[in-house]
Structure formats: C-alpha cells, structure tokens
Design a protein. Structure first.
Length: 139
C-alpha cells in the first residue's frame, strides 16, 4: 500500500489517498469526493453522433437548445419535421404518428399529428383481440 498526494480533476484541491499501486495509473482523472466525480463525469459526456437510432427504432437528432429535448439533448426527427411544417414547437400533449407504422420513414406525407389519447386508441384498434375482447399477445 502506498500513500500518494493527488490533485482533484474538478476542484483542483490537493488530497492524499492510500491504495494499491495498480490504482494510480496515469491518464485517469482522480477526484477528491463523490460529488466532484459525478460533476466531472457529467461534463465529459459528449455524444459524437448527430443522428442515432434509439431503442424504439426512432431516429433521434442532437438539438441542444430545443425545449422538448431529452437529457441527452436529443429530439425525435419526426418531431422536427412536423415542427418545421407547422412553424412552431409541439405541445406536450401532441404526438407524431407514423401512418405506415415504420418509425424510420419520416416523410411529411407519412406523419400525422394527434393527441396522446387518439394515438393510443388508434394503436389499440390495430391489435388483435380474442372473443372476450382482451388483447392477444403476439411475440
């Protein structure tokens, strides 16, 4: 075990740490506290891709100053197309529906603006039901 004087990568304060030699590898940032480590890690996160396909197969675009962006500064591309057509930002109640059910097809002719309740009703009507009216699970 070694004791080593280190400087915090966030607040530049000096602190000492006792640990095994393998922990003090060069090139890694060290922090004096958990708080400094979390702030430092958050500042390092910079997505490099401008367009990505999210887990729900929707194309997401980085727009850091958009009011409806997610925590990764991303907005669905279909929302941007619809907002450009409407000339305004979408309200929180508005949903952009893909008419052909292909989330990668973001042509304006394929997009339809609707409320959340209309969207849920539309998709529920597309699902198959049994004789009792319950949804049939399709895997």
């Amino acid at each position: 075990m070694i004791t080593k004087q280190l400087i915090c990568a966030k607040c530049n304060s000096s602190f000492s740490r006792t640990d095994f030699p393998s922990r003090f590898k060069g090139g890694q940032d060290v922090y004096c506290s958990k708080r400094c480590a979390m702030i430092g890690a958050a500042r390092k996160y910079r997505p490099t891709q401008e367009q990505v396909i999210a887990n729900n197969n929707h194309v997401m675009v980085r727009v850091p100053d958009h009011p409806n962006r997610n925590r990764n500064n991303q907005v669905p591309y279909a929302h941007l197309v619809m907002e450009l057509h409407l000339g305004r930002y979408l309200n929180i109640e508005e949903i952009v529906h893909h008419i052909d059910l292909n989330p990668l097809n973001n042509d304006l002719d394929n997009l339809q603006l609707m409320t959340l309740s209309e969207h849920v009703t539309l998709h529920n009507n597309l699902k198959e039901r049994d004789t009792n009216g319950r949804f049939i699970r399709t895997n």
